[in-house]
Design a protein around this ligand. Structure first.
Ligand code: GRF
Length: 190
């Protein structure tokens, strides 16, 4: 058995993907260890989840830094101390900049709630519903300097439910948790 991959999760929302990954690590379904949870929103529910799971939290606020580079240097310092090898974005909602991209080349991964390249950016489920598409989905991809433009690693289609954003978001979340785990497992066993 290979050594567990050390991962840092970046999240700023409710953290259901964080919880699914944490659970998979605990059950041995994912050969990884979450060494840090990075957030730019200390009030987010994901922080509570991380604390309950005894995962160290780095709450680093962009507004406390003069530049994006300085903000990311502070994150990088915390990452170096944690020993993280991969950065796993799960609802981080910010573009990753050159400091982190250079420090972790091809080692940053994101999950996005649409079939990219359709509906990149914010509110992907709302975009799908308002365009009236019948099928949307989930994409796991490597992160580059663009907005949801990196190499696609895995995708799964999800039906739009009753033209309703909340119901569709729920169906998407249910798919995300399994797809992220499976894709990370593949990445970490290469
Ligand atoms: C997910 O839908 C993910 O695809 C997107 O942000 C959402 C995060 O949800 N990037 P959660 O906080 O993990 O529940």
């Amino acid at each position: 058995m290979k050594q567990k991959m050390k991962i840092a999760i970046f999240a700023s929302g409710s953290g259901s993907n964080f919880a699914a990954i944490e659970e998979a690590c605990k059950k041995g379904e994912l050969n990884a260890e979450i060494v840090l949870m990075v957030t730019n929103k200390p009030e987010a529910f994901v922080v509570e989840r991380a604390e309950k799971a005894s995962i160290p939290v780095a709450a680093i606020l962009p507004k406390e830094f003069a530049t994006k580079d300085a903000y990311e240097e502070a994150i990088l310092h915390a990452l170096r101390e944690s020993g993280a090898e991969w950065l796993v974005l799960a609802g981080y909602m910010r573009l990753v900049g050159p400091v982190l991209l250079t420090a972790f080349p091809s080692h940053i991964v994101n999950i996005h709630p649409s079939l990219l390249p359709s509906f990149p950016g914010k509110d992907a489920v709302g975009q799908a519903v308002s365009h009236g598409v019948k099928v949307t989905g989930v994409t796991v991809h490597l992160v580059d300097e663009g907005m949801d433009t990196g190499q696609i690693l895995a995708q799964c289609a999800v039906d739009v439910v009753d033209g309703d954003e909340d119901k569709t978001a729920e169906a998407i979340h249910a798919v995300e948790h399994g797809l992220y785990k499976d894709t990370l497992n593949k990445l970490f066993s290469q």
